[in-house]
Design a protein around this ligand. Structure first.
Ligand code: 13P
Ligand code: SF4
Length: 302
């Protein structure tokens, strides 16, 4: 650990703060975290921590999720610029308008949404539990709108024959990978297995040996016998993969598979935020109460 990392850890101890980091953050951020996880894993930790402060190294909707699940804790974002492109695809106003026209439709919202959107949703899902929870509602023969990720929604529709209506949102980092890039990576690494996140388009998913959330991809690389993997998601997770399987090789599907939002978080940000208790997540009690219902339902069903 470098001097700044040690200072952050010491300060966190003094303030009884827990540091949570997503797998897509920079390596030096993951190194100071008490817990590194995907969005479901981080939500679960936020629920049960005894810390007074949560220092969240991830994008904005994730910090909001931590606050909703742990409303009595002070949740600090490491910086105030790490937002999520996908979450911006649907606003509270969009969903209010949709619900007026479609009052009987079940709204399943990906966790990559803002708290005000979660508050209007019936249930939340993450990429780890989406298929299970969608199945639950599809089996009830309900009309469903899945927001905002058209790629994950399309993957569920195509895989299980569902007919969910999809919002036209996506993650630009996962959406703009091409079949040519997949072919090139497979040619360069003929013995590697190709693993992919469901935020990628279906034509890319069809080429994969395994599809799953960030944590499921990590687990797959640990359990599978292959010794090389082409990784079809944000390359930050490769740090965790290499740590877990030092004898295996990991290649990013494309060299710039980077979420600039996650990567904007620096050690200086984390220190400044924790020291000065800056960038606190503030949500109204009403939004917390309503959004918590959809998150609690997710945790019950997953
Ligand atoms: P995970 O649920 O896999 O953490 O995905 C969150 C995300 O933002 C992926 O781009
Ligand atoms: Fe959002 Fe995409 Fe970054 Fe994930 S990778 S946090 S979906 S912008």
């Amino acid at each position: 650990m470098n001097i700044l990392q040690e200072k952050i850890k010491k300060l966190a101890k003094e303030k009884n703060a827990i540091i949570l980091a997503h797998y897509y953050t920079n390596k030096e951020i993951q190194e100071i975290a008490d817990f590194v996880g995907d969005s479901l894993g981080l939500s679960k930790i936020a629920c049960k921590t005894n810390a007074d402060i949560i220092l969240f190294c991830g994008v904005d909707f994730m910090g909001e999720t931590a606050k909703i699940l742990s409303p009595n804790k002070k949740v600090l974002m490491a910086n105030n610029i790490a937002s999520c492109f996908m979450a911006k695809y649907i606003s509270e106003r969009d969903l209010i308008n949709y619900k007026k026209l479609n009052p009987d439709t079940i709204i399943i919202s990906y966790v990559n949404t803002y708290a005000s959107v979660k508050a209007l949703s019936d249930v939340c899902v993450t990429s780890t539990n989406a298929l299970k929870i969608i199945k639950h509602y599809a089996d009830l023969n309900k009309k469903i709108l899945y927001i905002p990720d058209k790629n994950l929604g399309n993957y569920a529709n195509k895989t299980y024959g569902y007919n969910m209506e999809l919002w036209n949102g996506f993650c630009p980092i996962h959406n703009y990978v091409s079949l040519n890039q997949v072919a090139k990576a497979k040619k360069e690494h003929p013995n590697a297995k190709f693993i992919v996140h469901p935020e990628c388009p279906y034509e890319i998913i069809k080429e994969a040996d395994f599809v799953g959330s960030t944590k499921q991809m990590l687990d797959y690389t640990i359990q599978d016998n292959a010794s090389e993997f082409i990784v079809g998601t944000e390359s930050g997770v490769i740090y965790a993969m290499e740590k877990a399987s030092p004898n295996k090789k990991f290649y990013p599907l494309v060299s710039n598979f980077r979420c600039i939002n996650m990567k904007s978080i620096t050690l200086e940000d984390a220190y400044d935020s924790l020291k000065n208790e800056k960038n606190e997540v503030i949500l109204s009690e009403d939004i917390i109460k309503k959004a918590k219902t959809s998150l609690d339902r997710m945790l019950e069903l997953s």
